[in-house]
Design a protein around this ligand. Sequence first.
Ligand code: FES
Length: 112
Amino acid sequence: MKVITDLQEKMDISVGQRLFTCIDGKDIAIFNVDGEIYAIDDSCPHSGASLFRGTLLDGYMLKCPAHGLSFDIRSGCMKYGTGMAVRTYTSKLVDGEVVIDFSEIKNKEKRV
Ligand code: FES
C-alpha cells in the first residue's frame, strides 16, 4: 500500500504498521488499522510528546507514551469525546493508494 501526500511523497505502509513523516514542517503519524488509514499530528495536545510510539489499545485508542492519556485515532478525541483532542486529517484510498488531505482537518487540536 502506498501513501501519497499533497506533496506527492510516496511511502509504503502495510496493514498493522505505522509510519512517521515530516511534511511541510508538520510531524505526522500514520496508522494502517485493518486497511483503513488514519493520519494525526505527531504531537500530544497535553504536553507535546510524540504519539508515534504510543500503544494502540482496542484497535483505535492511542495511548501517549509520556503520561498515558489516550486519543482515538479515528476522531482525535479522548474517550467519550471530552477534554483534549489531537489534530486528525482526512485520508482515503484512491486507486489503491492512500491520499491524505491536509487541507481537510477532521478534528483540530484542542488543549485544555
Ligand atoms: S504529553 Fe501526552 S499525555 Fe502528557
